[in-house]
Every structure is written in structure tokens, then in C-alpha cells.
Design a binder for this molecule. Structure first.
Ligand code: NAP
Ligand code: GCO
Length: 269
């Protein structure tokens, strides 16, 4: 009889994690390799891919790295065919590549807005579309979209990012609805505030945003890429075969919390 833990194994699977030279994508890919998967990743230029390959090698992981801009449909189609030829059919796709532009909405150019939507929403559509036909033929597939707190909440300066990540949540539910009958599960992970280069400007000492996030998080700390590993393995593995169209928020409790009350408020019994 197989052990319960075997349900979480990724042995024999091929995974593509987009934009995974460093940050959240790198941590997820490294964890998938440890769980038995063959790792493929792309990034936007050769320098980043080389940096990623070196970092995987340091962990003893043999990853396959490719240069590909996920917003270019022809490049993505070529990437997916190449992986199918060189490595095998993609069993697990993680749409991780993403950008943010923090600009007040009334000062943001339509071009900047479009760029964010292009990487954070259009690209997951393009990459998912490219992998789905072979997943259907193979009889299974897992698609994991990296969503955000901004899939649910707004805040000053991130209008394009929130619009994209809110859209990505709904794209996730639609892929689940449309392809569930082919044994394809599409779920999202909604990380809270995680220590990566993307959030580095928010964490510089003296930036009140740092304390603000800690006070908004019941866990009272920023998240780390390690915090995302368990949920990512779960959603990529057979353990989640009846979980579809779900967004798993990994946020230390932010979405459950009204925020820290000011000290001067007295409890009334
Ligand atoms: P990151 O440190 O900025 O890494 C994102 C990666 O995507 C980078 O390697 C980036 O390359 C790559 N990328 C950007 N545009 C691309 C394109 N067109 N084609 C291919 N690759 C591209 O971000 P992160 O913090 O690890 O975030 C990863 C994902 O999680 C993103 O979708 C982000 O929105 C989401 N997220 C992050 C947090 C957080 O707190 N950090 C929370 C919730 C969700 P470059 O270096 O060239 O930009
Ligand atoms: C911001 C942050 C966030 C996080 C993350 C939250 O400026 O508010 O960058 O958007 O990166 O997506 O889940």
C-alpha cells in the first residue's frame, strides 16, 4: 500500500516555472526538484537564465533554463515545443513571472498600465493556452497561477497590478471550469507580503510601510519564500486532484484580519 506521503511526490513529473531565476519562482522550482520533478524555467534574458542555472547547480539541481519573454506568444509556443521535445510533456505549469509598477493611478501612463497587464495577466493566458493541448492528450495537468493580496484588496499606487491579479484570479477559476473534465486542475497561490527583490523597496529601514505590513499581518512578520513551498507542492501533486479553481492565500492571516487596533481603544465587555 502506498504511503500517504507518496501523494505529495512529484517523481517523474516535468514542471515549467516561469520567471524562476530567483525569488518566489526559484524557491518553488527548487522545492519541486527536491520532490522529484524535472525543472524547466525561463527568464527574460540570458544573463538571468545563467544566474538561475548557477543558483540551481549550487543546490545540486539540474535545471533546464530557457530565454523567453512570456508576453510573446510565438516565443512561448516555441519554448513549450522545445521542452516537449527535449524534456517531455509539461505536467505542472507555474505562472510566476510578474512585474509591478507603483505609480499613483492619475500619474500612470496607459502604456505602463498595459505593460503590467501584459506580464501579469495576458502572459499566464498565453502560457496556459500553450500547455493545455498536451495536458489534455496526456490525461492530466496542474496549472498554478501566482496571484496576490491584490487579487482581493486594493491599495494606493498599484492599480494595474491589482487589476491584473484580480483578473488572474478569475482566469484561474475559468481554466478550472473549462478544463476540469480533462483532469486538469488550475489553482492560484496568493502570497502575502514576501521578502523578495520585488518587495525590497518596501522593506528599506525607516520605510513606515514595513511596520504597516507587520501590523496588518497576524503572524506579525513578512513572509519568506519558504512559506510558499508546502502549498506549492500540494497544488502540484496528486494530493490536490479534487481541488480546482481555488485560490490558496498564504498570507500569515492578512485577509482574515481587520488590522491592529490603536492602543488607546478600551475593551468594552
Ligand atoms: P521578482 O523577484 O520580481 O521575480 C519575478 C521574475 O519574473 C523575475 O525573474 C523577472 O525577471 C521575471 N519576469 C518579469 N517579466 C518577465 C517576462 N516578460 N518574461 C519572463 N520573465 C519575466 O518577483 P517575486 O517577488 O519573486 O514574485 C514572483 C511572482 O509572485 C510575481 O508574479 C509577483 O507578482 C507574485 N507575488 C509576489 C509577492 C511578494 O511579496 N514578493 C506577493 C504576492 C505575489 P526580471 O528580473 O527581468 O524582472
Ligand atoms: C505592493 C506589493 C504587493 C505584493 C504582493 C502582495 O506594492 O503592495 O508589492 O503587491 O508584492 O503581491 O500579495
Amino acid at each position: 500500500m502506498s504511503k500517504v506521503i507518496d501523494k505529495f511526490s512529484l517523481e517523474g513529473k516535468v514542471a515549467l516555472i516561469t520567471g524562476a531565476s530567483y525569488g518566489i519562482g526559484f524557491a518553488i522550482a527548487a522545492a519541486y526538484a527536491e520532490a522529484g520533478a524535472t525543472i524547466c524555467f525561463n527568464d527574460i534574458n540570458q544573463e538571468l537564465v545563467d544566474k538561475g542555472l548557477e543558483a540551481y547547480k549550487e543546490l545540486g539541481i539540474k535545471a533546464c533554463g530557457y530565454v523567453c519573454d512570456v508576453t510573446h506568444e510565438a516565443e512561448v509556443n516555441e519554448l513549450v515545443s522545445k521542452i516537449e521535445r527535449e524534456v517531455g510533456v509539461i505536467d505542472i505549469l507555474v505562472n510566476n513571472a510578474g512585474i509591478i509598477k507603483r505609480i499613483p493611478m492619475h500619474e500612470m501612463s496607459a502604456d505602463d498600465f498595459r505593460k503590467v497587464i501584459d506580464v501579469d495577466l495576458n502572459a499566464p493566458f498565453i502560457v496556459a493556452k500553450a500547455v493545455i493541448p498536451s495536458m489534455i492528450k496526456k490525461g492530466h495537468g496542474k496549472i498554478i497561477n501566482i496571484c496576490s493580496m491584490m487579487s482581493e484588496l486594493g491599495r494606493e499606487t498599484v492599480s494595474a497590478y491589482a487589476a491584473a491579479k484580480g483578473g488572474l484570479k478569475m482566469l484561474t477559476k475559468n481554466i478550472a471550469s473549462e478544463y476540469g473534465e480533462y483532469n486538469i486542475q488550475c489553482n492560484g497561490i496568493g502570497p502575502g507580503y514576501i521578502e523578495t527583490p520585488q518587495t525590497a523597496p518596501l522593506r528599506v529601514p525607516g520605510n513606515p510601510f514595513n511596520e504597516f505590513i507587520i501590523s496588518k499581518t497576524p503572524a506579525a512578520r513578512w513572509g519568506t519564500t519558504d512559506d510558499l513551498i508546502g502549498p506549492s507542492i500540494f497544488l502540484a501533486s496528486d494530493a490536490s486532484d479534487f481541488v480546482n479553481g481555488h485560490i490558496l492565500y498564504v498570507d500569515g492571516g492578512i485577509l482574515a484580519y481587520i488590522g491592529k487596533q490603536p492602543n488607546q481603544i478600551k475593551q468594552v465587555n
